[in-house]
Design a binder for this molecule. Structure first.
Ligand code: HEM
Length: 467
């Protein structure tokens, strides 16, 4: 048998035969959550700043944790997921570990071989991304972090307890900050973000099994990619070890203001009754239940997602909507993935994709229906993504597409959800869905605020055990 290629060299999705065959050892060395989301509804993100003079103790702690298999490998995760399908038994607590560039330097590791954007950290990109200054970040994310441990479980109490335990365990050598994530769900059980929309639907899929699970097909939009999209050779690992660059951003959602603005937009567009839902669908590019607005079939509003299990459609592109009269050019999902309709073309756009692994944070006391009872803030999305290169993927999307009021063409305005740009260009909204001849100028912006974050690396497990 020819020696197995490294995971980070694979340009096609992994098959079951590869997982149990020539890629098994590599998958045992790769951390979980990268190739497929861990799927648990509760998580704790324990941010770690090692104390001065504790580098040896820190190294020893990390090595021990890796040697004791505290961190979940990709192989373990895939086995547990298969087991869950068969037996219904959940995979238990899931833990993974990340290092920042500051952390590697603190431990005396050679960071020269890492990517420059990662080396400069998220703070190095504040100006380029139009992010708020560190002084405006949430207090818990203001310290500079060396590492982060993500733990997740289906039981919230377990996550809280374990995170506190870890904090106590690490106290002699590190200061820690905990950020909890709790996934919001809609009535169908789909994950939603706080504005009320199904989130996490469209992903690059790296496992053949997941592609076969796309019941609406992959004829118009092909989500299949090889692990190469998100993996690189681990600079401190064995020759074929893989790791992944990881972005963490705490994004606060100003829910009440956003939902109020949606209503104002609906009025500006002359929408009445159930049709008012269209306003928000134009903002996101999908209705709340995930139905793509470009597929919207008037006068039916909600939609084609089946009540029992079928997920929202994802087999579409914008070929029948080249003038942006159905899904506006600035609609969040079109701005962040033009699916071949942008000036760069499909191949370049596809290379920008990332594996999004975010989770919502914050408690809600309302039931998502009464705008007056909705939170002004304090809730949002812990945006997390894995990629091969932070500058070419996450940053490119945020900077060159989302924040750019002239992408995909002059004057279309920023992404109404995420765009950060001091220039206030009003977006153009189709007055009549499907008719490009008349648009309404309306400014929809600044309902999401970046509250802090960092760039990390998810190292191979063997590199952690030999630190
Ligand atoms: C609070 C902040 C955010 C909210 C409320 C939000 C909301 C959503 C929603 C509702 C969807 C549609 C469902 C889906 O396909 O998953 C989506 C898709 C997506 N979002 Fe976001 N998102 C946020 C942050 C981000 C960030 C920071 C990025 C990257 C810079 C991003 C990139 C994407 C991409 C690439 C898609 C998939 C587009 C597609 O393939 O059709 N989002 N988002």
């Amino acid at each position: 048998m020819a020696p197995a290629q490294a995971l980070h060299a694979l340009t096609e999705p992994l098959t079951d035969a590869q997982i149990e065959g020539d890629q098994k050892l590599h998958l045992q060395d790769l951390q979980g959550n990268i190739l497929k989301g861990h799927g648990r509804n509760h998580s704790a993100h324990v941010f770690i700043s090692f104390k001065v003079g504790k580098a040896d103790a820190a190294k020893a702690w990390i090595k021990k944790a890796a040697n004791e298999h505290r961190f979940t490998s990709a192989y373990q995760q895939l086995k547990a997921a298969a087991d869950f399908k068969k037996t219904g038994r959940d995979g238990g607590v899931f833990q993974i570990f990340f290092m920042s560039a500051k952390g590697y330097s603190y431990l005396g590791q050679d960071v020269a071989k890492f990517d420059t954007t990662f080396k400069n950290g998220l703070r190095g990109s504040i100006a380029a991304l139009n992010d708020p200054p560190v002084t405006d970040w949430d207090a818990e994310l203001k310290p500079e972090f060396h590492a982060m441990l993500l733990m997740a479980d289906i039981r919230q109490a377990n996550v809280h307890f374990m995170a506190k335990e870890l904090q106590i365990e690490l106290a002699p050598l590190a200061d820690t900050q905990i950020v909890f994530g709790d996934q919001q769900k809609n009535e169908r059980g789909d994950g939603i973000e706080h504005f009320g929309y199904v989130d996490g639907r469209s992903q690059p899929l790296m496992l053949e099994e997941e592609i076969l699970g796309e019941s609406d097909g992959v004829t118009l939009w092909d989500p299949a990619v090889g692990p190469k999209l998100v993996l690189v050779a681990d600079p401190l690992g064995k020759p074929k070890s893989s790791g992944s660059y990881f972005v963490f951003r705490k994004l606060e959602e100003k829910v009440k203001a956003f939902k109020t603005q949606e209503q104002t937009l609906a009025t500006q567009l002359g929408l009445t009754g159930d049709a008012r839902e269209l306003a928000g669908a134009l903002v996101i590019g999908r209705f709340e239940d995930g139905t793509p607005v470009t597929l919207f079939d008037e006068p039916m509003i909600e939609t084609s997602a089946e009540p029992n299990g079928g997920s929202a459609p994802n087999n579409f592109d914008y070929r029948a909507d080249l003038d942006g009269s159905k899904c506006p050019f600035h609609g969040h999902i079109r701005k962040s993935n033009p699916r071949g309709s942008g000036p760069g073309g499909l191949a370049d756009e596809n290379s920008r994709r990332m594996a999004r692994r975010g989770i919502t944070y914050g408690k809600r006391t309302d039931d998502f229906t009464d705008i007056n009872a909705m939170p002004e803030g304090g809730v949002g999305l812990l945006f997390m993504s894995y990629q091969r290169n932070i500058a070419d993927q996450f940053e490119f999307i945020q900077k060159s597409w989302v924040n750019n009021d002239s992408f995909p063409k002059a004057g279309v305005g920023i992404d109404p959800v995420l765009g950060q740009n001091p220039v206030q260009t009003a977006q153009k909204w189709p007055k009549i869905w499907g008719d490009a001849s008349q648009t309404v100028d309306f400014s929809f912006r600044e309902f999401v605020k970046m509250r802090g974050g960092e760039y990390f690396f998810a190292p191979s497990l063997s590199s952690l055990s030999k630190l």
